[in-house]
Design a protein around this ligand. Sequence first.
Ligand code: URA
Length: 188
Amino acid sequence: MYSWEELEQECQRCRKCGLCHTRNNVVFGVGNRNADVMFIGEGPGEQEDLQGVPFVGAAGKLLDEMMSIIDLDRTNSYIANIVKCRPPQNRDPEEAEQDACIDYLRMQFALVQPKIIVCLGRIAAKRIINPNYKITRDHGNWVIRNGIWMTALYHPSALLRDLSKRPDTFSDLLRIREKMAEVKNFGL
Ligand code: URA
């Protein structure tokens, strides 16, 4: 088992897939390393690649607003991505790129030990919850695996493009808040 420092160092010098040739920065993760709630996105975009921090562009600003609705922020939750380096032109990360990178996320998950995982968008939901996940059908539904509650929201980029998805996301967020209260009570 790696320490945070070892894991981050190894991730920073990773050359396991082709994305290492075009990246400016590895985008490791941000937030509280003991959080109850872990958000998982798809991969860095342009701003994230330039700054080395997840969700700092337009979608990130919306994510911060979404989190604030349920009293979450970057001090009480942890945010990471399926792939740590930006896919060129923000294309979907390829299966092989996800495979090469997923162990970093597994180790982040093992260190954080969250009670709740919230996947952001289709790519993360398919990879983490179920390969047959359909985000329009399944968003907001909950599954429990090994004692960890998991759900998915529409990706904030999708919510920027399509305002009609926002009311559903608002309800999904409220259910995350309920689940947070529920897992806290079980912990007593
Ligand atoms: N979109 C993602 O999925 N992750 C980021 O870090 C930024 C945008």
